[in-house]
Structure formats: C-alpha cells, structure tokens
Write a protein of this length. Sequence first.
Length: 240
Amino acid sequence: MLEIAILITIAAIFIILSVRFSRTDDLAFSGKSIDKEIRPILEAKKILDERRLKTEQIDENLVPEEIEPADELDRYNKELAGLLKLARDKIAGGKYASAENLLIDAICKESKCVWAYEKLGTIYLTMGKNYSDAKESFLMALKLDKYNAPSWFGLGQIHFHQGKFNKAIANFQKAVNLSRTTAQYQAALGKAYLEVRQYGKAAKALKRASSLDISNQDYKELASVAEDKHREHSRASKLG
C-alpha cells in the first residue's frame, strides 16, 4: 500500500509540474512527451495492484474451513456418542436385542437423536418385529430430519413388504433423491417399479444400481429382466 501511495504522489506532482510549465513559452511539453513519462508510472501502479489482489486472494484461501468430525457420532456429546457407538458395534455383530436397549437408553438421554430412531427402525425390520414399531421409529426420525434418506428407505421397505408398491415407490424415490449414489436405494426403486409393471422405469433404476455396484450380479440380472420385459411390453402395445 505504501509503494502505491508513493507512486500516486509522484504521478500527481509530475502532472502539476507539467500543467504549470506548459503555460510558459520557455518550457513546453508535448502530449506525446507527457504520455512517455507517465506510462511507466501507470504500468508500475498496475503491477502493484495485481500483486496486491493476488495477496488478498491467497489470504482468503488460507481461511480455515469448518472440519467435519471423523466419526459422524462425534457430533453428539461424549456420553451419548459412547452409547451410540456401542450400539453400532452391536448391530455390526448381529446383536440386535442389545443394540435395541442401547438405542432406547440413548433416546432417553436425548429425545431428538435422529440417528438412534433411524437405527432402531432398521433393527425392527431386521429382527422381523411388527412393522408398526419400525414405522413409528422411521417417522419420528423424519419428523426431526426430513432429509434422512435411510428413514425414507426404511418406510419404503415396510410398504413394499405390505404390498403397497405405489407408496413404496414414493418413499424409495425420496431416498434416491437425497442419495443418488446409493445402489441399494436405486435397486429397491427398480424392484418396486417391476411390481407395478413399469418396466422402463424399473430398467433405468436397476441399471443405475448395477453401475453403482458393479460386483452385484443380482442387480445386473434384474436390470436385464426389466429391459426384456420393457421391450416385450412395448411390442405388445404396438401390436395392440
């Protein structure tokens, strides 16, 4: 900033002197000579301005961003996070009854714990308990966070098992909209479309699932089945 101020001052003095002496007969500065003298000063000012702008951009880039916790459960207080992590370990080990008790304890400590409600609903589905408990858990999670994709997916599974395929499609679609790169959501949507004979949409969702999880042979086979049925349905419609 000091360098720029000095250059501007010099330029101002030079212009004042040029104007002053241009009025005398002894000293006359042509417009061409004035431009020749001022041009280096203006160029130097331009260089300094560009350097200052780059420095400001670097400073902005150095502003630390908010760091996400390594473990999603660390956003909760230490005691609650400990309970949730233990429940997660139990779920991974297939000890669903123990996990259920831990999640209920967690909800007693924090009634707005979305993660606990969502996992509780998933456990109820996995354990084969009545769907009303699972549905209640997922709905509570969504009441607290309507962007919770696993809970929309869970509701879709309940409706699918109950034969309510249109409702299942609506729920699976919401899960997909929130997490388009989750192969499981795309596959579930495709299977639900198969049930209502919307083979084109089924094929699209199942091919997407297959591309997201290339090692899953079931997705590939279902996508192939959906495509075949779509072609057959299209031919039948044209003949009809």
